[in-house]
Design a protein around this ligand. Structure first.
Ligand SMILES: C[S@@+](CC[C@H](N)C(=O)[O-])C[C@H]1O[C@@H](n2cnc3c(N)ncnc32)[C@H](O)[C@@H]1O
Length: 224
């Protein structure tokens, strides 16, 4: 295995891909998932109409939340201008989205978000940072708040020449370690976990460049 890929080069990759609207192997321009759509449709009136999208990427989840009537704080490490351009003149819901350029682990959760989304981002953070972030989100949550997380575990990444790659500081969860952490953090919440195999192909070689087991977490705070 070669040395780790730096966090700076991950940020540069996403900055470039999102600026150019490139649809990478991971399908950054994909629509929201069916599971997320079902959750969004099921959310009761009593849930506060304010949401947080961590690692918003092209902004698809933040936009779905804003269209559903939520005010959305959208956080990503990349500059905000691609999302601001996408929102410009998009509709009367667009003003509800507030993009912020910030690392997810540096974002301070100091309010009750009715919905928090973190899709395909938390695996990039160090494990203690994921724990601190979610613990703080749970501590600030009220009744009827939801967390929707999609997190890659058991990741194998390969360069075009087949070398195994890892990313500096990434969580490196196994399905078991992730489940253990989530069950501890969300111990008083209704928790639903789904697991699915995931693979992405390198378009030049046709070989898998990324394989993982994706955990989808839907956590609902039923406490008053
Ligand atoms: C695979 S994309 C997912 C985008 C979006 N959530 C989606 O599912 O369509 C990962 C995103 O997380 C962002 N990201 C990665 N590490 C981050 C961190 N530590 N803090 C904030 N954003 C981060 C990247 O810049 C990128 O936009």
């Amino acid at each position: 295995m070669t040395g780790p890929v730096s966090r700076a080069s991950v940020r540069a990759f996403y900055t470039d891909a999102i600026q150019r609207g490139r649809n990478t192997a991971e399908n950054l321009q994909a629509a929201t998932s069916e599971r997320f759509n079902t959750l969004l449709e099921s959310i009761a009136e009593a849930t506060p109409r304010v949401a947080l999208d961590l690692g918003y990427g092209a902004g698809t989840y933040a936009i779905a939340l804003a269209r559903a009537g939520f005010r959305v704080v959208a956080v990503d490490q990349i500059p905000c201008d691609p999302l601001l351009r996408r929102l410009n003149g998009a509709g009367d819901w667009a003003h509800r989205i507030e993009p912020r350029q910030c690392l997810a682990e540096d974002f301070t959760i100091d309010q009750k978000f009715g919905v928090i989304v973190a899709k395909d981002v938390l695996h990039y953070l160090a494990r203690p940072s994921v724990e601190a972030l979610l613990t703080s989100a749970v501590a600030h949550a009220g009744g009827g708040n939801y967390h929707y997380l999609e997190v890659f575990t058991a990741i194998t990444r390969r360069s075009a020449d087949g070398q195994l790659l890892r990313i500096e500081g990434e969580a490196g969860y196994t399905p078991e370690s992730f489940r253990r952490d989530i069950e501890r953090i969300y111990k008083d919440w209704d928790l639903t976990l789904f697991w699915s195999k995931h693979a992405e192909q390198d378009s030049r070689t046709g070989l898998n460049c990324f394989e993982a087991i994706r955990a989808t977490v839907i956590a609902a705070n039923r406490t008053a």
